[in-house]
Design a protein around this ligand. Sequence first.
Ligand SMILES: [Zn+2]
Length: 223
Amino acid sequence: MDFELGIDRSRSVKDAIESTGVPHTEVDLILVDGVSVGFGHLLMGGERVAVYPMFEALDVSALVRLRPRALRDPRFVADVHLGKLARHLRLAGFDTLWSNDWDDDHIVRESLAARRTILTRDKAMLRRREVERGYFVRATQSEEQLAEVVRALLLESLAAPFTRCRECNSLLEPVDKAQVLDRLPERVRNLYDSFRRCPGCGRLYWEGTHFARMRGIFDRLGT
Ligand SMILES: [Zn+2]
C-alpha cells in the first residue's frame, strides 16, 4: 500500500511510522530510498520509505534487520486480558507468563528481563518506547488467537505439546502410572498409560481432551 505522509522536518522514521498507527514493535525492516536504516534515521521530506512487518514469511535476510531473526526460542508474556491464550500457548509447549493482576509496567519489565514477546490487544502498550518485542493480537476468540499467533510468528514447527503446565507454566516431568493410580478417575485409568506431573503445582496431565482440541487447531493450520 503506497501513500504520502506529511512530516515535520527532521522527524525520526520511527515517529513517522508510528504516526500512521503502526507500533514500532511490529516493524522488522525499514528501507529509505532503498537503503536499510534504523529507527533513529531522520527524514527530511521527499524520501520513499518502505516498511516491512515483523515475522513476515518473506526472506529479507540479505538486508539489515532491526533485530536478529527472532523467536527461535520463543518466550511470551501475555497481557491481563489474554489468560485463555496464555493457557493454550502453554499447552502447545510455549513458555508464557501471565497474571491477572500485572499492570502494563510489570508486563514490559517481564518482557525486557528475558526477551519475551508481549502479546496484547492494546496498541498503546506496544508503542511504548522501551518495548522491543511485541505482537498485536487481532483475533478475539482464544483458539483463533492461538492459531493467529502460531501462524504470524512462524511457531508451528516449534510446538511441543504435553510438555508444560497450562496453569503455572512449569515444565512437566514424566511420572509412572503406578505412582499416580490413586489420583486418577477410573475412566482416565482405563484409557491412558502415559502421564506427566507438574513439579510446580502438582497437577497431573495425560493426552486427553485438551490436547486433542489443540491438535485440531494445529491440524487446521496446515490446511
Ligand atoms: Zn503447574
